[in-house]
Write a protein of this length. Structure first.
Ligand SMILES: Cc1cc2nc3c(=O)[nH]c(=O)nc-3n(C[C@H](O)[C@H](O)[C@H](O)COP(=O)(O)O)c2cc1C
Length: 139
């Protein structure tokens, strides 16, 4: 059964490019093998990730993620069966606030801060539809 899981978390410390590269490297390696696709957003110390794939595989990954000490305050925001994937081309795309994506984060924020913890599931879904258009790989 194909499902998507969306969660948010906070960085546990200041993460540098090497940390992000490590996370994306592991994601590309493991997600491709497990047929998991998705996107990872990082904005002002808050991660927002959408994972898509087989229910058991996504659950196994989520439980592994919970043990990762690079982030904390992990909260599932949306979970459910999907008819098809949003992110078919990436094993894990990345969206950061470093570039032109700032406006996209702002568009979905009620205040100056991007706060996925308070976003409704329908807003999250609209957000990820747009992420799909903007996501890129970090080299
Ligand atoms: C915010 C965040 C997102 C992550 N996303 C993934 C992911 O999509 N896939 C993955 O395999 N690991 C992801 N990781 C890393 C895992 O927690 C873990 O370190 C990694 O899967 C271990 O892989 P390895 O045993 O191949 O080294 C993420 C970590 C963080 C902090």
């Amino acid at each position: 059964m194909l499902i998507q899981l969306t969660y948010a978390s906070r960085t546990a410390r200041i993460l540098g490019p090497a940390d992000i590269k490590d996370i994306l490297g592991a994601s590309q390696r493991n997600n491709a093998r497990a047929d998991i696709t998705g996107a990872l957003c990082l904005n002002h110390g808050i991660f927002l990730q959408q994972l898509e794939g087989d229910r058991a595989a996504v659950n196994a990954l989520y439980h592994r993620l919970l043990k990762d000490t690079r982030h904390r305050d992990t909260a599932v925001l949306d979970f459910g069966e999907i008819p098809h994937r949003r992110f078919t081309s990436w094993s894990m795309g990345l969206l950061t606030s470093l570039d032109t994506n700032r406006q996209l984060f702002l568009k979905y924020s009620s205040s100056a801060d991007f706060d996925p913890y308070s976003m409704s599931t329908s807003t999250l879904r609209s957000f990820f539809d747009e992420v799909m258009q903007n996501v890129r790989w970090l080299e």
